[in-house]
Write a protein that binds this ligand. Structure first.
Ligand SMILES: Cc1cc2nc3c(=O)[nH]c(=O)nc-3n(C[C@H](O)[C@H](O)[C@H](O)COP(=O)(O)OP(=O)(O)OC[C@H]3O[C@@H](n4cnc5c(N)ncnc54)[C@H](O)[C@@H]3O)c2cc1C
Ligand code: FES
Length: 279
C-alpha cells in the first residue's frame, strides 16, 4: 500500500498527486513511468513521473481525468492509500549531450516534458520548451517551467487565450528553420507527436517521441503496448516509451489506442452511476 501525501488540482480535469515510495524515488529518472492501481480490484494504468525526491522518499505524477480509473484516482485524498505503485519502468530519456534542443509538450504531456527539460538543463543542454494547450485554463506547470534555466518558454493556445494563438508546430518550424536546433523531443497526444515529427523531418532534426500505447502489465509480457518503429515491432513498456519519432507508425498507434474505447466508455458510465461491478 502506498500513502498519498500530496494532491493539487492543476486545472478542471488535471491533478497532481504525490505518494510515499522511497525505493521508487531512489531510482526514478526523467522519462520513466509507473503502473498505478487505485484498489485491489482496479486496473493498472501507466503514469509518468513528473517529480520525485530521493532524499524525502516521495514521487509525484500528474494525471488527466479521462475515464474510470483516473476518475477514481481523482476522488482519493491525502492520507488515502493506493493498492500498488510499480516502477520505475521504461528506459529513461537520453538527456546527456542534448545540445540545442526543443522540447514540445501538448496538454497533459507537459507533465512529462517538465522533468525531461529539467534533466536536459542539468546536463548542460540549451533548452527551448514549447507547450501547447486548448486554452489558458488547461495550461499546467508554467510556474515550474519558468523556474528552469531555459533558453525560452513558448506557450501556444488554440484560442489565443495565453501566449501565441495556434499549434506548437509553428514555433517548432521556426526553430528548425533558424538552423539552431540539434534535436527535438515531443510528448502529448499521438496526433500532436505525429505532426511535430513531420515538422522536424523536413529539416532532418533528430526527434524523440514519448509514446502512450495501451499498456496492461508494463513488463513486456502481454504485448498490448506493441508499436511499429522503422518497420519493426517494439514493446513500448520495456523498449520505450521513447522512440525515434521519424520512424514511428503513428496511424497504427492511434488505431490501437481506440481498441477498447467502447468498453472504456461503458466502464466510466457504470463508475459514474456508482456501480460496484468493477468492470
Ligand atoms: C507510458 C505512458 C505514460 C503515461 N503517462 C501519463 C501521465 O503522466 N498522465 C496522464 O494523464 N496520462 C498518462 N498516460 C495515459 C494514461 O495511462 C491513461 O489516460 C489512463 O490509462 C486512462 O485510464 P482511465 O481508466 O481513466 O480511462 P479509460 O477510459 O480506460 O481510457 C481513456 C483513454 O486513455 C488511454 N488508456 C486507457 N487505458 C490505458 C492503458 N492501460 N495504457 C495506456 N493508455 C490507456 C486510451 O487512449 C483510452 O482511450 C500514459 C500512458 C502511457 C502508456
Ligand atoms: S504493457 Fe504488456 S508488454 Fe508492454
Amino acid at each position: 500500500m502506498f500513502r498519498i501525501v500530496h494532491k493539487r488540482q492543476l486545472s478542471e480535469a488535471v491533478f497532481e498527486m504525490g505518494v510515499e515510495a522511497p525505493k521508487i524515488a531512489a531510482k526514478a529518472r526523467a522519462g520513466q513511468f509507473l503502473m498505478v492501481r487505485t484498489d485491489e480490484n482496479g486496473e493498472r494504468i501507466p503514469l509518468t513521473f513528473s517529480d520525485w525526491s530521493a532524499e524525502q522518499g516521495w514521487i509525484r505524477f500528474i494525471f488527466m481525468r479521462v475515464g474510470k480509473t483516473t476518475h477514481a484516482l481523482s476522488h482519493l485524498e491525502v492520507g488515502d492509500m493506493l493498492a500498488d505503485v510499480v516502477g520505475p519502468l521504461g528506459v529513461p530519456t537520453h538527456t546527456e549531450g542534448a545540445g540545442r534542443v526543443a522540447i514540445v509538450g501538448g496538454g497533459v504531456g507537459v507533465a512529462v516534458a517538465y522533468p525531461v527539460a529539467r534533466a536536459m538543463c542539468e546536463a548542460g543542454g540549451e533548452v527551448t520548451v514549447i507547450v501547447g494547450a486548448r486554452n489558458s485554463e488547461l495550461l499546467i506547470l508554467e510556474k515550474e517551467l519558468r523556474a528552469l534555466p531555459l533558453r525560452e518558454l513558448v506557450i501556444c493556445t488554440d484560442d489565443g487565450s495565453a501566449g501565441r494563438k495556434g499549434l506548437v508546430t509553428a514555433p517548432l518550424k521556426e526553430l528548425c528553420s533558424s538552423g539552431e536546433l540539434d534535436a527535438a523531443f515531443a510528448v502529448g497526444p499521438a496526433i500532436m507527436m505525429k505532426f511535430a515529427a513531420a515538422t522536424t523531418r523536413e529539416f532532418d532534426v533528430p526527434t524523440t517521441v514519448s509514446l502512450n500505447p495501451i499498456m496492461v502489465d508494463g513488463t513486456g509480457m502481454c504485448g498490448a503496448c506493441r508499436v511499429t518503429v522503422g518497420g519493426e515491432t517494439k514493446f513500448g513498456c520495456v523498449e520505450g516509451p521513447d522512440f525515434d519519432g521519424h520512424a514511428v507508425d503513428f496511424e497504427e498507434l492511434m488505431s490501437r489506442q481506440r481498441i477498447y474505447s467502447d468498453i472504456e466508455r461503458e466502464a466510466d458510465a457504470e463508475y459514474s452511476r456508482g456501480c460496484q461491478c468493477h468492470l
